[in-house]
Design a protein. Structure first.
Length: 187
């Protein structure tokens, strides 16, 4: 499957429009702290933010991991440059250019994975989810956040149907039907 960049359904949001994702008004409907809190990880955890984009959530994630590691991963180099700028003051944050369907990490090395508004852009969602499960340690968590404002919105029931068959169990959902963060535990 090929990667198509653009703003339409199933397309990877282009780095040329990345600054729109950093609009300060976004915090009114999708505060970074509310999503990061759903992870519920220890301060020394190793967390992969998969599809970090320009780093809207990244500073909040890095702040939550003073003794841990926030690994910010994205397909697009230009997105990673913006995320790097936003987290340059944190020793706990690093960036990695990657493909969500072929993660460059050893199995069982990550404590948590955070995926916000990105899963719908991945052509092979099952492979992406399998990779998320592979890199998680036993009992690790994965949080998927979705919003109806995103053209690739995945409904809760559809997300659960995608995620649970690859080795996850739904633990908690925070939010509403139109804007939510769902935490799954690796089983």
């Amino acid at each position: 499957m090929s990667t198509e960049f653009g703003v339409g359904r199933g397309k990877v949001f282009p780095a040329s429009k990345a600054r729109s994702l950093l609009n300060p008004a976004r915090r009114l409907v999708q505060p970074a702290s509310r999503v990061v809190d759903v992870l519920g990880v220890a301060p020394d955890a190793r967390v992969l933010e998969l599809g970090c984009g320009p780093g809207y959530f990244s500073p909040t994630l890095a702040t939550a991991l003073p003794a841990g590691r926030a690994v910010l991963g994205d397909l697009q180099y230009d997105m990673l440059q913006l995320a790097r700028e936003r987290t340059s003051m944190f020793d706990s944050a690093s960036v990695v250019q990657l493909d969500a369907t072929d993660l460059p990490f050893s199995s069982g090395r990550i404590d948590a994975v955070l995926v916000v508004l990105m899963l719908g852009e991945v052509p092979d969602r099952q492979r992406c989810l399998s990779e998320c499960r592979r890199v998680l340690r036993p009992g690790g968590v994965a949080v998927f956040a979705e919003s109806r404002r995103d053209g690739d919105f995945i409904r809760r029931s559809d997300l659960r149907a995608l995620v649970e068959p690859v080795g996850f169990r739904l633990e908690h959902v925070r939010g509403w039907f139109w804007e939510y963060a769902a935490r799954f535990r690796a089983v």
